[in-house]
Design a binder for this molecule. Structure first.
Ligand SMILES: Cc1ncc(COP(=O)(O)O)c(C=O)c1O
Length: 394
């Protein structure tokens, strides 16, 4: 599969690239790069605005991305955003601002990425909303505490699969318990959609946010899926071209479909690129890669433990192949720099999840995250690299 990805022909510090920073962003197959470049070289025009041939091609290509998203995720609405972060901020402004009031409660978890914490803190400040955080106990969400936190809550915002631990939360149960108690549910699926196929309608959540770049698509584009009742409760957040039906000096009326939330010229080339990534993913059996990668990750985690590392990910069936670990004395950044010197890319730091770091009792971890093009040989090179780091730091 690596042959589909031009970047894997690159050497890093004299070694072939071993890319294990997939939870941050995945690499792009040639078809995605070509689709974006083809758009600029042969169909470049603005969308939705003109009758000429190029405008027609640009509109068709961009809207094809939306159609593919709706089909792949079985959703009536797909609002195109700049990514997960913008999608969650859009819900806070377009839904939260109009449907939540002083004294209302939003339930979050200690496992959230900052992009599913900060927008709610900002809304809470504007509206005097109470935020309740479900604790993480032994690396898992505490579901008993979740039930207690739900009392009177209007909205639950929860990460489907953790970017730090790879843990897949019991999302179906969380949605059903939340909705029985009358709360709306937003799922942060940034790390979920790259690893499993999700039927949004069947899942039953109200909102689901994710980014293209974590599933082999371009950066700068993502989506918010919304169910019908929540869509009907959203009011436009940004005003401008493309989102209106009519504008007079007295006032404006807005489009009734997703465009009402997409003011201005959208990410057209990125739409072409994401459509190509979605098509490429159609030929990838995510389920079998998921279990293959989890097996590799479990072997790596076991070996890391035997080398004296503390591993925070439990890597149970269903979890993503994301291994967060620390060495007893070597600082994560030193560790990662010495791996990079051997052509191995991993991430270090708090992974935009400081409350979770606090709960784990660390300021940061080293994270090795695997995706569909990784294989056993990447794992072997990584483990050899870990040995070399430990020798060098002795
Ligand atoms: C779980 C999770 N949520 C949200 C985000 C934010 O995604 P983006 O930066 O693409 O908006 C990330 C990115 O790392 C993530 O892993």
């Amino acid at each position: 599969m690596k042959e589909d990805f031009p970047i894997f022909s690159r050497m890093i510090n004299g070694r072939p690239l071993v890319y294990l920073d997939n939870a941050a962003t995945t690499q792009k197959p040639a078809c995605v790069i070509d689709a974006m470049s083809d758009y600029y070289s042969s169909s470049n025009a603005n969308v939705h605005r003109a009758v000429h041939t190029l405008a027609g091609e640009a509109t068709e290509g961009y809207e094809a991305c939306r159609k593919m998203l709706k089909k792949r995720f079985n959703s009536r609405y797909a609002v195109i955003t700049s990514g997960t972060t913008e999608a969650i901020n859009l819900v806070a402004h377009a839904w939260g601002e109009h449907n939540l009031n002083d004294g209302d409660v939003i339930v979050l978890t200690e496992m959230e990425h900052h992009s599913d914490i900060v927008p709610w803190q900002m809304l809470a400040e504007r509206k005097s909303i109470e935020l309740r955080y479900v604790p993480v106990t032994d690396g898992e969400l505490d579901l008993d505490a979740f039930r207690v936190a739900l009392e009177g809550a209007k909205l639950v915002c929860v990460v489907h699969t953790s970017n730090v631990l790879g843990i897949r939360n019991p999302i179906e149960d969380i949605i059903s318990i939340s909705q029985k108690s009358g709360a709306r549910v937003l799922i942060d699926a940034a790390q979920a959609v790259p690893h499993e196929e999700i039927d949004f309608d069947k899942l039953g959540a109200d909102f689901m946010a994710f980014s293209a770049h974590k599933m082999c698509g371009p950066t700068g584009i993502g989506a918010l899926l919304v169910n019908e009742s929540s869509f009907n409760e959203m009011e436009p957040f940004m005003g401008g071209g493309d989102m209106i039906e009519t504008v007079t000096t007295e006032g404006s009326t807005y489009q009734s479909n997703e465009h009402r939330f997409e003011a201005g010229t959208p990410r057209i080339a990125e739409g072409f690129g994401w459509a190509a990534a979605l098509e490429w993913l159609e030929s990838v059996d995510l389920k079998s890669h998921h279990s293959r990668l989890l097996k590799i990750a479990n072997r790596v985690a076991e070996e890391l433990r035997s080398k004296g590392m503390k591993v925070y990910s439990s890597l149970r069936p269903g979890d993503a192949a994301v291994i967060s670990f620390t060495h007893p004395t070597i600082h994560p950044e030193d560790f990662a720099r010495l791996l990079d010197a051997q052509g191995i890319a991993v991430r270090t730091g708090h992974h935009c999840a400081q409350p979770l770091m606090e709960r784990l009792g660390v300021t940061g971890t080293i994270r090795a995250s695997f995706y569909v093009y990784n294989d056993e040989s990447d794992a072997d090179i990584f483990l050899d690299g870990v040995d070399r780091v430990m020798e060098a730091m002795q």
